[in-house]
Design a protein around this ligand. Structure first.
Ligand SMILES: Nc1ncnc2c1ncn2[C@@H]1O[C@H](COP(=O)(O)OP(=O)(O)OP(=O)(O)O)[C@@H](O)[C@H]1O
Ligand SMILES: [Mg+2]
Length: 417
């Protein structure tokens, strides 16, 4: 690929809409337009609840990024999120078409298609089919079987599917802004692209994107995703707990929460419990000047405890206990909440780090925080699809079953090394 291509990614979050426009060259993704913090409207817990409001917010975010980049965007990658998302692991088997000869691209496409032959109700739509492991004549652990000899080809895949209605409504919002949806990407898949190292994915880890209205989870084992889920709980719940506890407005509670997290707490659990300092909250419109930090920690810790206890249940549900030695990687805006690493470590008894997005260059000042993991990761994901030449538009894929299949197969192939 010699010519520069432009790629656009929009992350439609419950708190903010962020857009990145990047120029794609052979080995670099250079951000040329960005809009990080347009407040979200019409989106609750990852789902569209008011199309007009959502369209307005998406349009504001896109326009800002377009102005900065000096380009007009006609198509974009879009994240999908919400507790309607589910995963399953599925197995496919085919006979290699030209026996004795080499396994071809087409055989890989057929076996991935065979793995998709799971019975999902018509209300569900497949978002990702990710090949995890190929087997040739019984030999497993094969990452890329193309070019090998064999008779029987098998694949283990991880399938991520969502509510067809939720996906249609999201697409509708983006189309009303005059932008074609190139592809939808699950927030967990996107964030993982920007945040996880290959070692973490190989060893086994859990990526947790704690946003405003959702906590999106994706587990990796032996290099590939094995499980995903979205919990309808996030940073906004911490803010509203503080609002109730302090009898304050949401805006004031949000500012207090952020101010506390900016102090980069390094207290041990006991010191945190015993802390007798106050936080200066003058100027936040409360009828008090100071609030005891111990009170704030108490409110925040209770909600964080709940979030990580739910994640512990997810790990159990997915049968992943003991299979995540690289531990938890926390990202998303609310991963900056004061004390979050300590509580995650305490509840899950696993190593924990905060994941900042990496992998793009250019105008990145506005998108360096963990809140932008999904947007940055979406650009990286989309770039790989474009580079591998395997892009077929989302809308083109809607029309005919054949097209839907080829879109999914091409996407699946892009996960191959
Ligand atoms: N410094 C900080 N300390 C604590 N919380 C923070 C900080 N910065 C942002 N947050 C919280 O992060 C949340 C927003 O995160 P993010 O921008 O990742 O959400 P989103 O992607 O819009 O939402 P979602 O992914 O749930 O749809 C808000 O609840 C906000 O209060
Ligand atoms: Mg998000």
């Amino acid at each position: 690929m010699s010519k520069e291509k432009i790629i656009t990614a929009i992350d439609i979050g419950s708190s903010k809409i962020s857009t990145i426009i990047a120029a794609l060259t052979d080995n670099k993704i250079s951000v040329i337009g960005v809009s990080g913090n347009v407040p979200s409207q019409g989106i609750k817990k990852g789902n569209v609840v008011d199309i007009d409001d959502a369209v307005q917010a998406i349009s504001n975010s896109l326009e800002r990024a377009e102005r900065m980049a000096g380009v007009s965007v006609s198509s974009a990658f879009v994240t999908i999120n919400g507790s309607h998302l589910e995963t399953l692991n599925s197995h496919g088997v085919v006979a290699v078409s030209h026996q004795g000869a080499e396994i071809t691209n087409e055989d890989v496409a057929r076996v991935t298609e065979a793995a998709q032959a799971v019975s999902l109700p018509s209300t569900r739509e497949i978002i990702h089919v990710i090949p995890r492991d190929f087997m040739v004549d019984g030999q497993d652990g094969i990452r890329d079987p193309i070019g090998m000899s064999g008779i029987r080809l098998e694949v283990e895949t991880n399938i991520i599917h969502g509510s067809a209605t939720a996906m249609r409504n999201l697409a509708k919002c983006v189309e009303q802004v005059g932008v074609e949806v190139e592809d939808m990407v699950y927030v967990g898949v996107a964030s993982a692209e920007a945040v996880l190292t290959d070692t973490e994915k190989d060893l086994g880890c859990l990526l947790v994107d704690v946003g405003g209205g959702t906590t999106s989870v994706i587990a990796f084992h032996e290099g590939s995703p094995v499980y995903s889920d979205v919990l309808p709980i996030g940073g906004k719940h911490i803010t509203s707990d503080l609002a109730i506890g302090l009898r304050a407005h949401m805006e004031a509670s949000e500012s207090i929460k952020i101010k506390l997290s900016e102090e980069r707490e390094s207290l041990s659990p006991l010191e945190r419990d015993m802390n007798s300092e106050d936080l200066d909250v003058s100027g936040f419109g409360l009828d008090m000047e100071k609030v005891p930090k111990k009170l704030l920690y108490g409110i925040i810790d209770a909600r964080l405890n709940e979030i990580f206890s739910l994640i512990a249940l997810e790990i159990k549900k997915a049968d992943l206990q003991g299979k995540l030695p690289a531990g938890l990687i926390l990202t998303g805006g609310a991963s900056l909440t004061s004390g979050i690493e300590r509580i995650a470590k305490y509840v899950l008894k696993a190593p924990v780090r905060i994941g900042y997005p990496k992998g793009v260059t250019g105008l990145i000042d506005e998108i360096e925080g963990p809140a932008f993991a999904a947007t940055v990761g979406e650009v990286i994901y989309g770039s790989r699809l474009i580079r591998s030449g395997s892009l077929l538009s989302f809308e083109a894929g809607r029309g005919k079953i054949g097209n839907i299949l080829s879109r999914l197969l091409e996407k699946a192939k892009s996960f191959l090394p």
